[in-house]
Design a protein around this ligand. Sequence first.
Ligand code: 13P
Length: 251
Amino acid sequence: MARMNYIAGNWKMNLLPEMAVELTELIKSQLVPKPNQEIVLFPQTGLIPLISQVLLDSTIQLGAQNTSDQLSGAYTGENSPELLKALRCSYCLIGHSERRQYFSESDEFIARKAEVLTSLKITPIICIGESLEEREKEIHLEKITNQIKAIYQRLEPDVWSGLVFAYEPIWAIGTGKTATADQADEIHKFIRSEIGRLGNEFVASQTSILYGGSAKPSNAKELLSREDIDGLLVGGASLNADDFLNIIESC
Ligand code: 13P
């Protein structure tokens, strides 16, 4: 069975309602669906009900940028995964480096979020990756291993096949400095082998691993040509319909 390919747009904390609807309409009207390809948009939380309506008659999937690790209840200011489900989110980003860095999210906390999402059949896209300092100190593989290990330690084997990973080297995010296809592919192969070791080989062969970090029309094709790169998680370039559609075309 072939792995699913993804082009995902993480809008981060950008766009107001009018612009967000316009961008979604443009992508929706020009998208030519391809087999085995999933397009997912990740608006900020307040935009989700609106974008969910726009996507009602579309093959484009909706995702959230974050979730609580609790289903619902007295957690002021948090995003209930039950609400995300009711608003038709089928994906949720977790462990984005901006959340790990600015909101001190730990590997264990992120694993609990993965657990709560899988219990609702929302697919977690688990972001992992190292900083420049960690790469220079050559501790990046250890960091990535720990990020993966926390997930397989926490989750029951029956949900392992429903996970997606995104390798996002922190030094490539929003910097214009993309990992080369060789650099990315090397780490993707490492991630897949770690999934095989910490989970199992079958799950490793079936798990989509996306690359994120300054992905754009000029480098998308090269990155996507690699065997172990199953898609892109696009930040800045997903805010422009032409750029995003161009990236989708490369897939
Ligand atoms: P950029 O594409 O803007 O570098 O962002 C990548 C990212 O963080 C996607 O989640």
